[in-house]
Design a binder for this molecule. Structure first.
Ligand code: NAD
Length: 297
């Protein structure tokens, strides 16, 4: 049993926190939203009203927050985690944030005598609830070793991607590829259909040919071939356009900073930005298909 502070009990954090409780850990749960804290208590966590109270006696602090500014504020802001945690505590940030923010947080933590790892996730709320997330971890070996049993309680696949920030790097590079492959898959299905093939026929051929990819076989953007895909429920998410856009913004910014050329990544960013600007940010990211076929307003 490990004493854990969990901060950020939103769509993802609530299920992750519940799984830590289920695994027998003592979890002190905090969120700015009192309702979220109450729900965590219902799942077996100890409800607390301040970061100081959450961090008290904890060996590990897990955070699942919206963006880098929240992460830096929660750990290093006034009355934040670093002001109250015992030396040697592991800070485990599972949020999706910029690589540079993750590295800034890690060096601040290290300078103050703490261990830190970035551990962003792949998988949505269903995987968070089921404890089947994929974690991509960046940080020193000691931090990874301490984090691993905790991550095992919340996920199925845990990867050590290297030093600080490498978890975030893996996450945004993967999601940039996902955005690009989804748009490509939508264009291919739309083209095939316009040329006279029905979606199932094209799927049967392409899913066993060289065009095969996850966006097609697990999440087909054309209704029909993959029954669980959001395309069969009028593109309700799933993984919303706004969330894909967040990751593509992070990828494009990181690519600029690193001097990496990401022509298709920037094009995908533009396509999702355009959908969002036209008011379709809540659509599943496979909704590019709907836009191609119906030209949404
Ligand atoms: P969310 O907005 O539902 O939850 C964030 C929670 O953090 C909220 O409950 C909010 O009240 C809390 N919070 C914000 N600032 C705080 C502070 N200063 N102190 C305490 N609590 C604070 O977001 P989410 O969907 O759970 O996503 C969390 C992270 O996971 C994001 O970085 C997101 O990009 C990433 N992510 C989400 C998904 C998904 O499908 N939702 C999938 C993969 C990764």
């Amino acid at each position: 049993m490990t004493k854990i502070a969990f901060i950020g009990l939103g769509n993802m954090g609530s299920g992750m926190c519940a799984n830590l409780c289920r695994a027998g850990h003592e979890v002190r749960a905090f969120d700015l939203n009192a309702e979220a804290v109450k729900a965590a208590k219902g799942h077996g966590a100890i409800a607390v009203a301040t970061i100081a109270d959450a961090v008290k006696d904890s060996e590990i602090v897990v955070t699942m927050l919206p963006a880098g500014k929240h992460v830096l504020a929660v750990y290093f802001g006034e009355d934040g985690v670093a002001s109250h945690a015992a030396t040697g505590t592991l800070f485990l940030d599972c949020s999706t944030i910029a690589v540079e923010h993750a590295r800034e947080a890690a060096s601040k933590a290290e300078a103050a005598g703490f261990l830190m790892a970035d551990a962003p996730v792949s998988g949505g709320t269903a995987a968070a609830d089921a404890g089947t997330l994929t974690f991509m971890v960046g940080g020193p070996d000691e931090a990874y070793a301490k984090a691993k049993p905790i991550l095992d309680a919340m996920g199925k696949n845990i990867f050590h991607a290297g030093g600080s920030g490498n978890g975030q790097a893996a996450k945004i590079a993967n999601n940039m590829l996902l955005g690009i492959s989804m748009i490509g898959t939508c264009e291919a299905f739309n083209l095939a259909e316009k040329l006279g093939l029905d979606a199932q026929t094209f799927f049967d051929i392409s899913s066993t040919a060289s065009g095969q990819c996850w966006s097609m076989t697990s999440y087909c953007p054309a209704p029909g071939p993959v029954p669980t895909a959001p395309s069969n429920r009028d593109y309700q998410p799933g993984f919303a356009v706004t969330m894909m856009l967040k990751d593509l913004h992070l990828a494009a910014a990181a690519a600029r900073a690193a001097g990496a050329e990401v022509t298709l990544g920037e094009m995908a960013e533009k396509i999702y930005q355009d959908l969002d600007t036209r008011g379709h940010g809540g659509l599943d990211f496979s909704g590019v298909m709907k836009d191609l076929q119906q030209r949404l307003d």
